[in-house]
Design a protein. Structure first.
Length: 475
């Protein structure tokens, strides 16, 4: 300690300063405040202890200093001020409820198309699902799925343009101008039926008389012509071919548009078909005929099927009797004949088998049924061949009636059989269509057996319909 008199250092154990000799014992009231008690000889032992404690404390302090120095050398992690800032909402503001992990996403409209440019104005909703596959918004899906392509669609468009150009003002077509023989030109016996066929070609691609489109006026005139030709009992002039074809056109036009003024004429047309069915279960050329004709019957069945799909009902017996008729004209090998009284090979043709097969499928006979499988084998054995010109003739001849009904039937069956048939018919039809001149869009008759009776209008309408089977029916 320091001597309070000379301020020199002197041991604490001494009672006098070793420098000035003055006493180091203090009394109360001295100039300096000494410790309250005097160090004794016994208490002097704390010096070494305090030294040891000081050394230990120094070591501990050194260790802490070294640890602190290492900690300060760690790299700095800079946290943006935005992340450090915590916004404390006011007490009265309701906090949003947290979204639980795995919560389902908001529901979407599954039927609403995305990124699809729709025409303006929007087309009217489809009245009946039977013809929904013809809607331009979904037609491409059916086209690609069932074997069509851009080439078949281009051919359909060209064909419809030619039919539109050649339509008369009364809504019909003068089919005798285009390839009809001399004996048939004056009769005009098929004018209404051919007009119905041409109209079906437009309806098959979804064109109608209400929605905007390039052929709306053409369809409207054709419908007006058919309605003017129908009598009060629902009958159309000519053979019952025309009855089935024209009634089917009215039914499809109603189904595409839900245009109610068409419902009553379509209903009357169906009633006339049912009334004309005879005792054989089939239909003859006229309502009073006694025989059943397979070709005529096929058109009536198609009209009845379309009617049922749009809500026009008829007695179930019409189907039952028609199936019985087809059984009566079917040979043991599955070939379907011309009529109930026919004998001989010429009355059993692949075209008639195609008509009968299609009629069975339209009446919901199962594809696995032996009648269907036998008829299918006959069609595949008679796959169409490309017509070749030989001088003034063609070999083989075209047969658009066979090609159309065969395409319609096999497209409903699908599978490899349809793929093989479709590849053959598609190639033939694309090759026979004229693409230049006044006849651009129409089809060459190529020796067709009925071309001389109804000409290019008939052939072109059926060719278009054969290229529409990819989306014509969705049932």
């Amino acid at each position: 300690m320091k001597c309070p008199y000379c301020t020199e250092e002197t041991p604490l154990s001494e009672s006098k300063c070793v420098h000035c000799g003055r006493s180091l014992e203090f009394t109360s009231g001295a100039a300096f405040e000494p410790p309250a008690r005097r160090e004794s000889a016994q208490e002097s032992e704390w010096g070494p202890r305090l030294l040891r404690y000081a050394v230990v404390l120094a070591l501990v302090a050194g260790g802490l200093w070294w640890w602190g120095r290492s900690f300060r050398q760690m790299p700095d992690v800079k946290v943006p001020a935005e992340e450090l800032r915590v916004d404390v909402p006011e007490a009265k503001v309701a906090l949003p409820r947290p979204k639980l992990p795995g919560a389902p996403p908001a529901p979407k409209l599954l039927l609403e198309p995305e990124a699809v440019a729709l025409p303006e104005p929007l087309p009217q909703p489809q009245a009946h699902p039977a013809f929904g596959s013809r809607d331009p918004r979904v037609r491409k899906l059916f086209l690609e799925r069932n074997g069509g392509d851009a080439h078949t669609e281009a051919a359909v468009k060209l064909g419809l343009e030619w039919l539109s150009r050649t339509q008369d003002e009364d809504g019909s077509w003068d089919y005798t101008k285009y390839g009809v023989g001399e004996q048939q030109r004056a009769a005009q016996a098929h004018r209404v039926g051919v007009a119905g066929l041409a109209l079906l070609a437009f309806l098959g691609a979804g064109h109608n008389h209400l929605d905007p489109g390039p052929f709306r006026d053409t369809v409207a005139k054709a419908l007006k012509g058919l309605l003017g030709a129908q009598d009060a009992n629902g009958r159309f002039p000519g053979a019952l071919y025309a009855q089935g074809i024209c009634t089917m056109a009215l039914v499809e036009a109603y189904g595409l548009t839900n245009d109610t003024p068409l419902l009553a004429p379509a209903q009357k047309g169906i009633e006339a078909i049912v009334a004309a069915q005879n005792a054989t279960g089939g239909w003859d050329y006229g309502p009073g005929g006694a025989r059943g004709d397979t070709s005529v019957t096929g058109w009536q069945i198609m009209a009845l099927k379309s009617a049922r799909r749009v809500g026009i009902e008829f007695p179930k017996e019409a189907y039952d009797n028609a199936i019985a008729f087809l059984a009566a004209v079917t040979r043991e090998n599955g070939a379907i004949g011309y009529d109930t009284g026919g004998t001989g090979a010429w009355r059993t043709t692949p075209a008639l088998t195609a008509v009968g097969l299609n009629a069975l499928l339209f009446m919901d006979v199962e594809p696995a049924d032996p009648r269907v499988q036998k008829a299918l084998a006959i069609l595949l054995a008679a796959l169409p061949r490309m017509p070749r010109p030989q001088g003034d003739a063609w070999n083989p001849h075209a047969d658009i009636y066979f090609w159309y009904h065969g395409s319609l039937a096999l497209s409903r069956l699908g599978g490899q059989e349809w793929a093989a048939w479709n590849a053959r018919v598609k190639e033939i039809l694309l090759a026979l269509q004229d693409t230049e001149g006044d006849l651009k869009g129409s089809w060459r008759l190529a020796g067709d057996p009925w071309g001389g009776h109804a000409g290019r209008v008939y052939f072109t309408a059926l060719a278009i319909m054969a290229l529409e089977v990819y989306y014509r029916y969705d049932y």
